[in-house]
Structures are given as C-alpha cells and as structure tokens.
Write a protein that binds this ligand. Sequence first.
Ligand code: HEC
Ligand code: HEC
Ligand code: HEC
Ligand code: HEC
Ligand code: HEC
Length: 481
Amino acid sequence: MSKKPVSILVVVVAAVAVVVVLWLRENIATRKDEAKQLVFRIVNLTEQTANPAEWGKNFPRQYDGYRRASERTGTKYGGGGSETLATDKLAQDPRLKTIFAGYAFSVDYRARRGHAYMLSDQRETKRVQLPFHQTGACLQCHASNATVYRKKGLENGAPGTLEDPPVSVNGYAQLLKGFEKIGTMPYDEATKLVEYPVACVDCHDPQSMQLRVTRPAFLMGIRTLASSNEPTPQLPSIEKWRTGDRAEPYDPNVLASRQEMRSMLCGQCHVEYYCGPKATLFYPWNNGMKVEEIESYYNSYKFADGQRFFDWKHASGGAPALKAQHPEFEMWSQGVHARSGVACADCHMPYQREGAIKISDHWVRSPLLNVANACQVCHHFTESEIKARVDIIQERNHNLLGRAEDAVVDLINAIAGAQAAGVKDDQLQTARELQRSAQWRVDFVSSENSMGFHAPQEASRILGEAIDMARKGQLEVLLRK
Ligand code: HEC
Ligand code: HEC
Ligand code: HEC
Ligand code: HEC
Ligand code: HEC
C-alpha cells in the first residue's frame, strides 16, 4: 500500500480539527460574553429600589418573564379569566354559595390569576367593600411591602435605619413593627402605602441577589412549626435545628438551604391563614400543617373575648364555620415531590436556557403550560403522557370533591330543615360540629389550587373524611327529628 492516501487523510483530519477548534473558540467566546451580561450592572440597586423596572435594567431576562405574569392563561383546572376579571367561582359551582352562606366569599369569589394582578384584584374585590371591613393585613400577601413595612416600623420607633439589611436584628424589628401598624389600618388607607405587586426586592437581596423571606407572618409561622413536634422531612433545616440547643428561634433566612428557600418564598403567601379584625394575621402551624392539625389548633384557639376560633357563623343553621384559603405550601408538604426535595420553583419557575445562560423562568404560572422545562427534566415521558397523568389525578380529585360538596350541602340543608321544624338548638350541636369539620376539609381541598396534584392521596384522604363526617351529621339530624 502506498503512503499517499494516509498523508492526505492526515491533512484532512488536521484541517477539520482546526476548523472545529476555531468554531469552538468562537462559540465559547460568545457564550462567555453572554454569561458576562448576567452580572452586568447598569443600575445600583438598594433596599429602597422597589420598582421592578429598575431591577429589570440589570436583569432584563428575569424582568421579561416577571412581566409576562400579566398574560392571561388557562388550563382545565388552573387560572383562567376574562379580559376584565378572573373567572367567577360562585357562578361555576353554585354549591359554594350555600357552603359560604353569610360570609364575604358567598358574595365574590374568583379564580386566581397571574402575580401582576394581585394588588388590583384585591382592591377591586367586593370583599373589601362595604358592608365588609378589611384591614391592611390583607396586603401582606398582595403587594411589594418589604420596604414599606420597614419605613412604617422606623416611624413607629423600631431601631436602626433603612440601610440595615432586612435580614438582621434591626431589619426584623422594623419589618415586624411596620407589619403590626399597617395590619391594623383600615384597608382603604393602608393600600395607598403600596404601589407594586410582589417584586424583586421582596425575594432578593439587591446586592448578592440571594433569596430571602420577608413576610413577617411567615417568619413567625415557620418558627412555630419548627417548635412543634410535626415531622418535616420536606424542610430538613427545621429537623436539624430541632436537634440543636434551640437557643435562637428557627430563622429560615439563616438556616434554610437554597432548595428549601425555593419553596419557602412561595410558602410566604400560598398558605392557610387567619386575617380578620379579631387578631393579628397568623399562620396556624403550631401543631403541624396537616388539615386536622390546623383544625385542632383552631379548636384550641381563643379570641380575646374568650370565644373559640371561628371565621363566621353560617347563615343557614348557625354552625361556627371555618374558611380555608389556598393551602398550597401545606398540601405540597404532604406529597411525594416535597418528600423527594422537589421545590415549588422547580415546577413553577423552572430553569430555561438562553444561549449559555441558565435562568429561572420568572413567569410564575401553571407548569402545564411549560411541561418541557417544568417536568421533562425529571420525567422522561412525552409531554402528552405527562399531561395525561396529571389529568387522571385532577379528574379523580374533581369528581370526589364534587361528591364531598354535595354531602356538605345536604348536611347544611338538613340542619336548616330541622331548625325550621322546631328542633331545639342544643340538639343540633353535634351536627353543627360535624358541619364545621366536614366543611373545613372540603374547603381545604377546593381552595388548594392544584386540583389534587400537589398531594393526590392526601387530598383523597381528606375528602373521604369529609364525606363521612357530613353523612354522619345528617344521621345526627335524623335522630333528633
Ligand atoms: C412537581 C411539580 C410541582 C410542585 C413541586 C409544585 N407545584 Fe404547584 N402545581 C403543579 C401542577 C401540575 C399544578 C396544576 C396546574 C393546572 O391545573 O394548570 C399546580 C398548580 C398550582 C397552583 C395553581 C396554578 C394555576 O395556574 O391555577 C398554584 C398557586 C401552585 N401550584 C402553587 C405551588 C406552590 C406554592 C408550591 C410549593 C409549595 C407548588 N405549587 C409546588 C405542579 C407543582
Ligand atoms: C407576596 C405573596 C406571594 C408570593 C411570595 C408568591 N405568590 Fe403566587 N400568588 C399570590 C397571589 C395573591 C396570587 C393571585 C393573584 C390574583 O389572582 O390576582 C398568586 C398567584 C399565583 C399563581 C397563579 C398564576 C396564574 O396565572 O393563574 C401561581 C402558579 C403562583 N402564584 C405560584 C407561586 C409560586 C410558585 C411562588 C414562589 C416562587 C409564589 N407564587 C409566590 C401571592 C404570592
Ligand atoms: C397569607 C397570604 C394572604 C393574605 C393575608 C391574603 N391573601 Fe388574598 N390571596 C392570597 C393568595 C396566595 C391568592 C391566590 C390563590 C387563590 O386565589 O386561591 C389570593 C387571592 C386573592 C384574591 C383573588 C381570588 C379570589 O379569592 O377572589 C382576592 C380578591 C384576594 N386574595 C383578596 C384578599 C383579601 C380581601 C384579603 C384580606 C382579608 C386577603 N386576600 C389576604 C394570599 C393572601
Ligand atoms: C416570588 C419571588 C421572586 C420574585 C418576585 C423575583 N424573583 Fe428572581 N428568583 C426567584 C427564585 C426562586 C430564583 C431562583 C434562585 C435560585 O435557585 O437560587 C430567582 C433567581 C433570580 C436570579 C438569578 C438567576 C436566575 O435566573 O436563576 C436573578 C438575576 C433574578 N432572580 C432576578 C429577578 C428580578 C430582576 C426580579 C424582578 C423583576 C425578580 N428576580 C423577582 C424568585 C423571585
Ligand atoms: C426535580 C425533579 C422533578 C420534577 C421537576 C418533577 N417531578 Fe414528578 N416526581 C419526581 C420524583 C422524584 C417523584 C417520586 C418518584 C418516586 O419516588 O417513585 C415524582 C413523582 C411524580 C408523579 C407520581 C405522583 C404521586 O403522587 O405518586 C407524578 C404524576 C409526577 N411526578 C408528575 C410530575 C409533573 C406533572 C411534573 C411537572 C409539573 C413533575 N412531576 C416535575 C421528580 C420530579
């Protein structure tokens, strides 16, 4: 064999190699340039930069996503809304009118939508209009208020200055004082103090961009959870804190891992809470976060006037009822994803690639609109298969929820009927207690916004109990007649 073909081959291979190397260098250079843009600072951001547009000058990609939260989206069970107002839940499911009779939620109750609307939707709901009286506490979860709280706190004698980082002894004292003050102002007055929906400064340190939690009710709520005996495998830093000397209270900003923060940020607002005139806004996690643990805390809680905790007196039948609100953090805590260390942000703010840059999608929305980034990174099935699995879970939950609502409505009507027929009040006590418990469980699942997805088995367990309690209540009424 002659040597000639071999040397030609060598030349060709070498030439190709050179081209590849040059191309790679070129590629790496542009990628590096792109990567540099990530930290290219145009504006000097401080604790007082509330306007997200200013932050957007330094971080245009995140800002673009953030702004898209004003786009109207809808899935079978998620979000949805008309051009002007979000979908009316009461028109969609008239049983809710019976279940919430006598309460503000029987007057105006809508589907959630994007973060961009949180402040305007709250200002517009009939629930903040006469005859209802609300306080500034409502704003804790509906506005950018980290800085607003601190200013108010300082005006009212909290120590330090606005230059203190919020995550510091002075910063916390300012936040808390402002929260207390604004929380007792009438809503109409308090809402004038805030300007933006939840914004960059609420979730990020302006210098390091590190995540942080700033809602006072969450800081206090998570402390009480840490002090309880409830196992928290989904939040390992709490379990670790419990094994220490507990000299300092649990502080998520100091102790939580980055992955835990990616859920706690959302757990500041997507939780069950009490927000009313009779006590400061609080999260009822003293006994744990499961439906019956929260219930047992409410049952043991006494208002200043000595009365046992209740949200309102049911208009038909008089049961001292409880209202549940969006317990996403609590429900997620009972599911297999939380147990496996999968955070809210993994599904609702997944990473996306833009050139060399991996950024978090700041368009917080239903993951079903974004299955490739939100689910397929972990689940190697087709998009349609993943969606079908979610649909099975949601459909089952939806149907069982319907049966549970029917059962509660039947109980409410039975109690009202017995009352009308002259059955004495004290004879209906047990039935009313069963209504309180059954209704609380149905509402816990119905006001949770994933239609069962965050913890399917837990949701079924709760609904099964609700149906049992409601039907037992009906039997109770029958026995008294
Ligand atoms: C494993 C992925 C996953 C995790 C983790 C997760 N979610 Fe979800 N979430 C979903 C899915 C799927 C839905 C159903 C969306 C739909 O029906 O369109 C949903 C629905 C929601 C909704 C209603 C969305 C809408 O468009 O109506 C909210 C709010 C929500 N989740 C908040 C949270 C919070 C807060 C956490 C963490 C405490 C969390 N989620 C954790 C997957 C997840
Ligand atoms: C400051 C409180 C607050 C924080 C923090 C917060 N949310 Fe929300 N979220 C809301 C409110 C309020 C709404 C409903 C807005 C409306 O309907 O006007 C909402 C709506 C949503 C929706 C529905 C969006 C849609 O298009 O229908 C999802 C999904 C969601 N949030 C997930 C999250 C996740 C995930 C996090 C954490 C990364 C988070 N939220 C952090 C208060 C908050
Ligand atoms: C602990 C946090 C928190 C507090 C306090 C809070 N909200 Fe919300 N609110 C949310 C979250 C999260 C959503 C979105 C999820 C949903 O709609 O279920 C929401 C949704 C809403 C919506 C849109 C959907 C609907 O229910 O019609 C309105 C209106 C609203 N809240 C009004 C209020 C009012 C009035 C108060 C004070 C009484 C209040 N909120 C207090 C967290 C909170
Ligand atoms: C509800 C809380 C929340 C708000 C509001 C928010 N972010 Fe983020 N941001 C996150 C989370 C969660 C991450 C992921 C961080 C991590 O995993 O370390 C993140 C990450 C980032 C990062 C790091 C790079 C990346 O994309 O992962 C930048 C930069 C950033 N956000 C900018 C912004 C800007 C600018 C705004 C306002 C327009 C903003 N964020 C508003 C929660 C938030
Ligand atoms: C970071 C990884 C990760 C992401 C992102 C993720 N999952 Fe999962 N998923 C898991 C793990 C881990 C399990 C538990 C599997 C096990 O232990 O067998 C699981 C379990 C499930 C299950 C079985 C649920 C159950 O309760 O038994 C479904 C359905 C599912 N995931 C759907 C989704 C969907 C839909 C999304 C996107 C919205 C998603 N997952 C996003 C990791 C992930």
